[in-house]
Ligand binder design. Sequence first.
Ligand code: PFF
Length: 460
Amino acid sequence: MAVTSIHGMWSTRLAFILAASGSAVGLGNIWRFPYAAGEYGGGAFVLVYLICVAAIGIPIMMAEIMLGRRGRQSPINTMRTLTAQEGRAGSWQVVGWMGIVTAFLILSFYSVIAGWALAYVFRAAAGAFNGIDGVAAGEIFASLVGDAERLLAWHTIFMAMVVLVVSRGVASGLEKAVRYLMPALFVLLVVMVIYAASAGDFAGAIDYLFAPDFEKFKGHAGEAILSAMGQAFFSLSLGMGAIMIYGSYLGRDASIARNSVIVASMDTLVALLAGLAIFPVVFANGLAPDSGPGLIFQTLPIAFGEMPGGQLFGALFFVLLVFAAWTSAISLLEPLVAWLVENLSFSRVRASILAGLTVWLLGIACLLSLNEWSGFTVFGKGILDLFDFLTANILLPLGGILIAIFAGWKMARASSLDELRLGEGLVYRAWRMLIRYVAPTAVMLVMLNALGILKLIGLD
Ligand code: PFF
């Protein structure tokens, strides 16, 4: 077994935390979490989300880092090495392959949304938001997503940024970016929350987000719970090998359990802060919490337009959002690039360009679904919404189940004991119980329930 990765290693232990948080914290926290919570009525969704992070997310994150660090390669080859070591069927490599397909689908729409954020940097800086109300904010947003050419330009710029960093190697480019930008984003979010608390309907937002009202789940509880669980996978970057590959660059002496708890806590904190920054503005301006993927792009501009210095502040906020998206997008491309380097002896640059181009093409279909192709739907969803739904709610949880089963059942107890280095204590035993029983059954039940299968067999 290779002791270090051929792709390089994190230079310090902090670098892993920063990179993994960079992967986790992204559009998922600031763009997706508020709109998903809004779609399902707030508090109950948030509660289910928090339970999923703690009971399913953290154990699976530990498993992914553990597998990655033991395999020290791209997820596909890591799974190959580990199955050989553990004497298991090579077909477990499917975890890696599935992850690559999922990453492609996610990145293709992720890049389009990151493109919105890029576009908003310039709108904010130019003062386009000064004094606008909800209607005007809606119009600004609609005119952007209706314009395929503009979306294409921003999507192209964003993908080029991603390819640029990945082609230089994760450790050199990424570490530096994350070290300063993550804390900056955090500070700005806190300032936004303070502003929202003073100018918006803060009490209403707190109540909305933290007083669980399961009445609002009525009629679509299965779907709401699946969505909260899917959001946990998406937000923590779990189920497709992103955290696994970052784990493969992690030194042997780092504590996997501690790192996982830190990363998951930071990710959750950022999502909650985003909610607290957005919903006060939503309620104070009579906007609908369930306005869908456009939510933050239709609410935050109103706040920026009102607050003193909002022009500069708004531009800065969207710059940081772009950076958060950037560090996540990098982790989506990395598993495939590492595989191309390992198996086809591609240079890193060639591998990044090839992978980036493929995602870019797929992204065009996503952005066209917002305008020219808006009539084309599958299961009532356009391509972008479909990819979003399919990846977060189905593919990532499925990948998560497989990772949990492999780590909990297929890997020898001695191997996980050796890699997690927790001793035989309570933490290890709790992890093992969660990864063997709780995570796979919970994810399976939530998925079956949402697909209506429990109803069919009379269990619901
Ligand atoms: N966690 C990222 C976010 O919240 O924006 C998105 C993401 C990155 C999902 C990497 C999945 C992944 F593997």
